[in-house]
Design a protein around this ligand. Sequence first.
Ligand code: GLY
Length: 413
Amino acid sequence: MNILVLGSGAREHSIVHSLSKSPSVHKIIACPGNMGMADIALCKRLPFKDNLDLIRHCRDKIELAVVGSSKFVEEGTVDALVLAGIPVIGPAEDAGKIETSKAFAAKFIARHKIPAPLTTIVVNEKEIDEAFNHNPGIRVAKCDGFSRGAGVLISDNADQAKEAAKRLLRENGAPVILQEILYGVECSYSILTDGQQWISFSSSRDYKRARDNETGPTTGGMGSVSPSPDLTPELENRIIEEIVQPVVNGMKHDNLLYRGFLSIQLMLTSNGPRVLEFNARLGDPETQSILTRFRGDLACLLKDCAMGCLTSVGSEVAFGKHSAVSVVLAREGYPESEIADPIIEKLENIKESYVYYSSCKKSEDSNRMKFRSGRLISITAIGETTELARAKCYQDISGLVLDKVHYRRDIGA
Ligand code: GLY
């Protein structure tokens, strides 16, 4: 099988790594990929101008396409590939709105009675005032789509929250989504679905703040563990019954074609699990720990899913009982001021962990990697327990020579 993986980050590197172990894979083309994965994939900056151009390059050469980021869902790349007859892991654009439009997700959640924070969608300042009169507990304001700055504002009191909502409305336009704040621990639950059947892709926890003990600014993710240490078998059953099954049924009911990964971001509250948001893909850096645990034939599973004939046989076996911990090494200053030119040396000292690279290339004058992004590499280890995986991961990191790099010391602790 020839497989196209679209994307260039550490998530895509771990997808390529897992695919490369499948006996059915002939060639993996990563577009654009990065030099960290160049030994297992043909990294090609294909000269395509648009989606039509991309499918012209892929037709008759690619038997499965896997999209990492939801950018390819929103830009219609998935739809174009499907129209060209190429099986794709990634939802159609209208189904992908479950991530790309928070108003769409809120309406979907309400329509299918999925447990979530109390939510109101507003389109003008008058409606914002009315929403706060009706529910003074509102503390969260979100803009509808992707935003360059902060698209989700969490406030300490109602006055601040109202001001934040009005600011989002002015800066990003309508609608704005208002929510009560929930307390508990966050957990992500991922599935692979072909729109009819689904299988679990396990749970994980993403560490979003830049510094230890959940301090510092919010980042794209500084590390992850899988499975989530906070998920009991009873809670998992509730998530499946109250959330996963209604979401898959809801997609079917609404005639939305969803083939691919869906990650459900949850708050585990004292009243049970509640949906915070959906990701129409696997998360980064959650993928790094989830896929490092995966032991099945990923390529065959994804092909079956993309063809609409997923079966659940063997998925529990494929994840087993091991845990994985993934620590992101980030550029000094990330996420606020990424000016430093980081150095990571002595990677050959890594004995027990997997190294997944973010967007990077080899520098012209040496073998050293030049990084383009704030997050640089994810060091990921697996063990019989989270503690063992964590110990291996940090042991390997301690053998590196790092300059202008920061990372959290408490991932999985
Ligand atoms: N780790 C969060 C995300 O992928 O959006």
